[in-house]
Design a protein around this ligand. Sequence first.
Ligand code: SF4
Ligand code: SF4
Ligand code: SF4
Length: 261
Amino acid sequence: MTKRLTIAIYDFTDCEGCEVVLSTLKENLLALEDRFDIVNWRLAQDACKDGPYDVTIIEGTPVTGDEIALLKELREKSGAIVALGACASIAGIPGIMDKGEREKWYKKIYGPEYKPIGVDSLPLAAYVRVEHMIHGCPVNAGELVRTIEELASGKKPKYRDYSVCFDCKEAGNTCRLLNDKICFGPITQGGCKAVCISGGSPCYGCFGLREDANIDGLVRILRWASSPKEIRGHLKIFFNHIPEYKDAFESALKRGRTKRP
Ligand code: SF4
Ligand code: SF4
Ligand code: SF4
C-alpha cells in the first residue's frame, strides 16, 4: 500500500482567497482522502500537528521577521514546499509596492512615531527552496485539484506548457492585441481559462511567466500602441519583485517605439 502523504497548509500575509478556493474543493479532496492526510490547517481544522510534513502548501508572502523565521522552520520540517497562489509564487498584490517604499508608507499612514515591523513582500523562493508553484490570483480550482492529485500520487507536478492565449482562443475571445489593447497573455502560463479577457480585462500575468516566454516579441507588439509607462504599470501588478522579468522588459523597452508591419 502506498504511504499516505502528510500535508500541512500555512498562510502568511495575503487575502486568503486561494485558501477559500481550496476549501471549496471538498468533494474532490474527499475522493483523494485515502492518499493523504491534512495534518495542519489553521483556517479549516482545530487539531494541528507540528510536523514533519511530506508537503507544506503555503499561501501568502512573509512580511515580518516572525513570518520569515516560520517559513525557514517549515522548510526544515517539509519534504516539499508548494507555493499557493500569486502572493507566495511571485509576491503578487502585496508586492505592488516598490522596494523600500513600505517604510515611507507606514510612517505616512500610522505617523512618524510608528516603528514598522514589515519588510518588502517577496516570493517564498527569495528565502527558501520551493519545489512547486500553483499560480493564480486566486488559484484556479481545476489546477489546484490536478496538482494535489499529482502530489498524492507521488509525482512531481507539471507546469502547463502553453500560454493564456491558448485558453483565450478556446474561450472564443477576440485578441486584444488586434485592437491595440495591452495584454500579457502570450508570455503567461496557461491554465486560468482566460477569465480576465473573457470578462473584458487584460491578462496581467498572475499565472507567472511561461517557460519559453518571448518578452522581447511581446514588447515589440505592445510598443505599436502602448507607452513604456503603460507597459511598466501593467508589469508592476504581478511582476514587481521578480528582477529577471523586469530586466527582460527594460531591455526590450530600450528599443523604443515599433511600427506595425
Ligand atoms: S494570490 Fe490573490 S487570491 Fe491568493 S491570497 Fe494572494 S491576493 Fe489573495
Ligand atoms: S487577448 Fe491576450 S490572451 Fe487573448 S489571444 Fe490576445 S494576447 Fe492572448
Ligand atoms: S487572464 Fe492573466 S491575469 Fe487573468 S487569471 Fe489568467 S493569468 Fe491571471
